[in-house]
Design a protein around this ligand. Structure first.
Ligand SMILES: Nc1nc2c(ncn2[C@@H]2O[C@H](COP(=O)(O)OP(=O)(O)OP(=O)(O)O)[C@@H](O)[C@H]2O)c(=O)[nH]1
Length: 245
């Protein structure tokens, strides 16, 4: 198939060819022939200049399209960097807080706060890069067990939060236990073969809550789980739903 673009000035080129032919046939030395010759030269110059301007504007349009595309890519990259944790790729603190606050307006919501147990020991015994590796492995594991509509964020060094919108307290508790077991069963490859475990605090709020409220309750529960021996789930008393009369 011919991919050459149609000549925008085909009509003008034909007119010029006709004028050249008329010029060739006009009687030599006549004023009309001379005037036609000047007209043809001027028309040729105009046509050449117009073609050049059109080419330049086409090139500028292509460059603008490329710049626009690059700008869109950069904006998406910037948005991603502003909302994600660079190490693990999960939502960062500000982004998960924002998301939970939005979800709370329309959903009842459970919040899990998860803290890796004795994580300092991992860093101290095997070095910071191994600590980073454990964080990434834990996130991989969480992604595998979390329900599809759950959201995961990193709220602190070795502390993550999972938002579970639209789940009742019992279903959320089952998910929290599944998460806790999955982390314990996960092979993270520590040099001494030891397991990594986590403690989890769980809170549940009816629609209309906030991140601060859900996090405060889950954090207290997490503290209880740590005090009770770690590698377990503790939950805050679910705040009762307000039922319409
Ligand atoms: N490798 C690595 N370590 C981190 C990162 N952020 C925080 N930490 C470390 O996480 C550790 C947290 O330790 P602690 O708050 O004492 O808690 P813990 O040792 O997990 O003890 P418990 O929570 O009581 O079970 C500290 O050693 C921090 O340096 C990180 O991005 N990478």
């Amino acid at each position: 198939m011919d991919s050459t673009p149609p000549d925008l000035f085909a009509q003008e080129a034909r007119t010029l060819a006709d004028a050249r032919a008329a010029h060739a046939q006009a009687g030599a030395g006549t004023a009309a022939r001379e005037a036609l010759g000047e007209l043809i030269a001027g028309y040729e110059r105009l046509l050449r200049e117009t073609r050049r301007l059109v080419q330049r504007s086409d090139r500028a349009e292509r460059e603008m399209t490329q710049i626009n595309q690059r700008l869109q890519e950069l904006a998406a990259e910037l948005e991603y960097r502003a909302t994600h944790d660079p190490l693990t790729g999960v939502l960062n603190r500000a982004a998960i807080i924002d998301l939970v606050n939005r979800l709370c307006k329309t959903h009842e919501l459970s919040l899990i706060v998860l803290d890796i147990d004795h994580f300092k020991r991992v860093n101290d015994s095997f070095g910071h890069p191994m600590g980073d590796r454990v964080l990434m492995k834990v996130v991989d594991c969480l992604r595998q067990v979390m329900p599809a509509n759950a959201s995961l964020g990193r709220v602190g060094g070795e502390e993550f939060t999972i938002a579970l919108p639209g789940r009742d307290p019992e279903a959320s508790l089952r998910i929290a236990h599944a998460v806790c077991h999955a982390i314990e069963a996960n092979e993270v490859g520590l040099p001494d073969g030891s397991r990594v475990t986590a403690s989890l605090g769980l809170s549940w709020l009816p629609r209309g809550g906030s991140f601060d409220e859900a996090y405060g309750l889950a954090d207290q529960a997490l503290y209880s789980a740590k005090r009770a021996g770690r590698n377990r789930v503790a939950r805050a008393e679910p705040r009762p739903r307000v039922l319409r009369a």
